[in-house]
Design a protein around this ligand. Structure first.
Ligand code: FEO
Length: 172
């Protein structure tokens, strides 16, 4: 089975995006850990692992088609964050960029009449809906609970509870 050069490039570019997402979340996890937000650290470590599973799905897809996947260098992630709220807002923005890239790939697959890649991408389309909703809901907590120390501690616990979901998703 053949996929277009354009599609191959888009999939390889997506590997880079997922790799950068994984290292961004790792930096966020590390900042949370050193700042004392233990639950949030667990959440972001799990999130980082999950991004790696996304990257691997694409690597395997390309390799199974006999197209060598390109393993990219990753950019150095930002590491000095302002607050837990700002991290979550950055995470949502990054996820929105990933969603846009995935939708672009879906359009390429439609244009190419590449039914295999179209079907392969369906999982990613659904995953992004969940990812964006997850971050939107977490960001809302600051309006609902507050931003003082007790509120942040509460939100940290909510992130901890979400970490298990992230880890469970990663095994799918
Ligand atoms: Fe793999 Fe969170 O996008």
């Amino acid at each position: 089975m053949k996929i277009s050069k354009n599609m191959q490039k888009a999939l390889n570019d997506q590997i880079t995006l997922e790799a950068n997402a994984s290292s961004n979340y790792l930096a966020m996890a590390s900042w949370c850990e050193i700042t004392g937000y233990e639950g949030s650290a667990n959440f972001f470590y799990a999130q980082s692992d999950e991004e790696r599973t996304h990257l691997l799905k694409i690597v395997h897809y390309l390799n199974n088609l006999g197209i060598a996947a390109v393993i990219p260098a990753t950019k150095s992630p930002a590491s000095n964050f302002k607050s837990l709220e700002s991290i979550l807002k950055t995470a949502l923005k990054n996820e929105q960029a990933v969603t846009a890239a995935i939708h672009k790939m879906v359009e390429i697959s439609q244009k190419d009449k590449d039914h295999s890649t179209y079907a392969f991408l369906e999982w990613f389309v659904n995953e992004q809906v969940q990812e964006e909703t997850k971050f939107e809901t977490l960001i809302q907590k600051f309006e609902l609970i507050g931003r003082d120390k007790i509120a942040i501690n509460e939100i940290d616990k909510i992130l901890a509870a979400n970490a298990t979901y992230a880890a469970a998703d990663a095994t799918v």
